[in-house]
Design a protein. Structure first.
Length: 402
């Protein structure tokens, strides 16, 4: 028997008619076929035992583990590797245990029906299935074309409401449901005129973004305006924040610890560059501000931990980078951060007090790296005239662990 005992077969709205001969043979030879009720209805009766997904999903994964030694077929919608069950199975069992046979996925179908090239930088694909709706906010900018997998039939109306809230009320929304099947349907309207009526649950939302005059189309490059964040005045200012993130050097998929996160500006900008972040903060008011900022700026999956470091660092996933923005002089904090950082990981810390600078000097003497000092002044009105208003100087330490 092949080592790859789990066959993951993508199936479209055309059901068995759209499957290749080899995929049909895999289903015919299977001992067990697993899929949703809709998938199992499509293939009809087989010689195999049939199982539907249980909730929570991990229960079905446990069931599949018990089937090793048998030929198992898992039916998936479209492309199993595009936000699909193939990814989940691969992470759980290992991709060397899977044979994956994709069908045409929802993004490819939608792009063909809309005439949007997937390789166009103004076309972006995302999922709102199993994800917070606020993820949509991250992608909003004038002229961009979004293809979003929907959670259910209520998602289009929710997306239209969010677009209006964010200043994109003139955006054109097209909902494509049951693409490639006999029940295929298409509904179009602009966001501000979208009906609250529920659509078919199996749908894809296509949005041509049109920014209103009041829309805040924010860059994904570090250095958002300070007023993009709700804060209490104590936050890393725009100029210093941009320099800090440049030293942290975010890369897609990497994890940041933002220690003493305040209103979350560093962690949120890291995530807007396609990273993941954990923010540790003890102040109740700032925790609330951070949660609001994460929602409004399109990073609702920011993991927020209340408490003080280093105590709250125990058990966290290994970071690729750490920023220490608060609590620098707390006993054992910098040492705990250094110990948690893997080889090649980056650490950046900022200080505005003499005590904080002293700690940065200790870190530099122990671990090397580089230090700089930044002075920022902004032009402001002084009576009938204008002058420069200086902010507190920031001393910055950065090191890569070797």
């Amino acid at each position: 028997m092949s080592q790859r005992w789990i066959k993951v077969i993508g199936i479209g709205e055309d059901g068995m008619n759209g499957l290749s001969a080899s995929s049909r043979i895999l289903i015919d030879q299977a001992d067990v076929v697993i899929g949703g009720d809709r998938h199992l209805t499509m293939i009809g009766a087989t010689n195999a035992d049939q199982m539907t997904w249980r909730s929570p999903l991990k229960d079905t994964l446990a069931d599949i583990e018990k089937l090793k030694g048998k030929q198992v077929v898992v039916l998936a919608t479209g492309d199993p590797m595009s936000y699909g069950i193939g990814v989940t199975l691969g992470k759980h069992f290992g991709y060397d245990q899977l044979d994956i046979v994709p069908a045409v996925g929802a993004f490819a179908l939608a792009s063909a029906k809309m005439g949007w090239a997937l390789t166009d930088p103004f076309t972006e694909c995302l999922t709102l299935h199993g994800r917070p709706l606020e993820n949509l906010s991250l992608h909003l900018r004038n002229g961009v074309k979004l293809i979003a997998l929907s959670a259910n039939g209520e998602t289009p109306a929710q997306a239209a409401e969010l677009l209006c809230l964010k200043g994109f009320s003139e955006s054109q929304i097209t909902v494509l449901s049951h693409m490639g099947g006999r029940d295929e349907a298409r509904i179009s309207n602009i966001a501000k005129e979208w009906s609250d009526e529920k659509t078919a649950d199996l749908n894809v939302i296509c949005i041509e973004c049109v920014a209103d005059d009041q829309a805040a189309s924010l860059s994904r490059i570090a250095g958002l305006p300070d007023d993009a964040f709700s804060h209490d005045g104590k936050m890393t200012k725009r100029e210093v924040r941009a320099a800090t993130l440049a030293l942290l050097a975010p890369k897609p998929g990497e994890l940041l610890w933002d220690v003493g996160a305040g209103c979350g500006s560093i962690a949120i900008e890291w995530m807007r560059a396609d990273g993941k972040a954990i923010a540790i903060e003890d102040n109740d008011k700032r925790l609330g501000l951070m949660a609001d900022n994460a929602l409004s700026l399109g990073t609702p999956t920011l993991k927020i931990i209340q408490g003080r470091a280093p105590e709250r660092l125990d058990g966290l996933a290994t970071p690729d980078a750490i920023f220490i923005g608060g609590g620098l002089t707390s006993e054992g904090l910098v040492e705990a951060c250094w110990d948690a950082l893997p080889k090649g990981g980056r650490l950046v810390a900022n200080a505005v007090t003499l005590q904080g600078e002293t700690k940065l000097m200790e870190m530099w003497e122990n671990w090397g790296g580089e230090m700089s000092r930044q002075s920022v002044s902004r032009l402001t009105k002084v009576g009938p005239h204008h002058g420069w208003k200086p902010f507190m100087q920031v001393t910055q330490y950065a090191v890569t662990k070797s």
